[in-house]
Unconditional design. Structure first.
Length: 285
């Protein structure tokens, strides 16, 4: 697998949905190279490193978008000048580092709601021998925002809490107007019913719009989004979020599908219904 070009300075290594591997992004400055996310395992990390060599590059910096295993468990396989993450990410990884990693312990954490069923299943798939899990900690943390100059390419690394992860960070390449979203648009998966909360999703949408990005990529997205596609995605999220809020507050949840069809001016598709349920579930957690 090779890196795929987004712009001359920004490339991504495609993830593998069968293994829950995320996309890994390489930011290529004139002087330095930064990698966004460490990967799900040393195996993914090594594949990314080999692909990076084909671009004639070696990583100087590595930034984690958040603490979840598929973005961080490969960190141990990277040798870079500096690794960094938001301060909550470091604390959560340190907590995971102290866990017991065996079948019984993973099952117990899942039963206690510490680990989601989906996450536990995918970790076990990636690590049949759980004793091989090796959680490395970033060398440095930040609180709200870092600016990194790679030489001709300036990155804003910004903490934006979201339902998916309160420690979540996004990366914006100013000169390319490219926004790496990580998993910030995903639901909270550490619960019985995956969901969004109205207030947190509303703030997230506003903050993402403020970047005025021309290009965007999600960690588990199939391909980069252009400006119009990204604006439309945020509009859809906002429309569902606000329609569900109005229906709940107005006692009209039984009419939700009709209300959304009126808002979209078209019949609903499966993804609309899934989003509607995720927004609705947030009121009953």
């Amino acid at each position: 697998m090779d890196f795929q070009k987004i712009t001359n300075r920004i490339w991504y290594f495609p993830g593998d949905p069968e293994r829950d591997w995320p996309n890994i992004v390489a930011f290529l400055g004139d002087d330095k190279t930064l990698i966004a996310d460490g990967g799900a395992s040393p195996e993914q990390a090594r594949q990314v490193q080999k692909a990076l060599e084909k671009l004639g590059r070696k990583a100087d910096y590595l930034v984690l978008t958040h603490w979840h295993w598929d973005h961080s468990f490969g960190l141990c396989a990277w040798e870079v000048t500096e690794t960094m993450a938001q301060e909550k990410t470091v604390a959560l990884l340190e907590e995971q580092r102290n866990y017991e990693w065996n079948d019984d312990a993973l099952y117990w954490r899942m039963e206690q709601g510490i680990e989601s069923e989906f996450t536990a299943r995918m970790i076990k798939k990636e690590y049949p021998d759980l004793s091989r899990v090796n959680i490395a900690l970033p060398g440095r943390y930040f609180t709200e925002e870092e600016e990194i100059d790679l030489g001709g390419l300036t990155l804003s690394v910004r903490h934006i809490p979201c339902d998916h992860a309160l420690d979540h960070t996004v990366l914006f390449a100013r000169e390319e107007k490219f926004l790496f979203l990580g998993d910030c648009l995903n639901e909270n998966i550490y619960c019985e019913s995956w969901h969004y909360t109205h207030g947190r999703l509303a703030v997230l949408i506003d903050r993402l719009r403020d970047f005025n990005a021309d290009l965007a990529l999600e960690s588990h997205g199939e391909e980069p989004l252009g400006r119009v596609e990204f604006i439309d995605l945020l509009w859809q999220l906002q429309t569902v979020n606000e329609t569900v809020r109005a229906a709940v507050e107005g006692g009209r949840t039984g009419e939700l599908e009709t209300l959304l069809e009126e808002a979209f001016e078209r019949p609903l598709v499966e993804s609309d219904l899934e989003l509607m349920k995720a927004c609705l579930y947030g009121y009953y957690q």
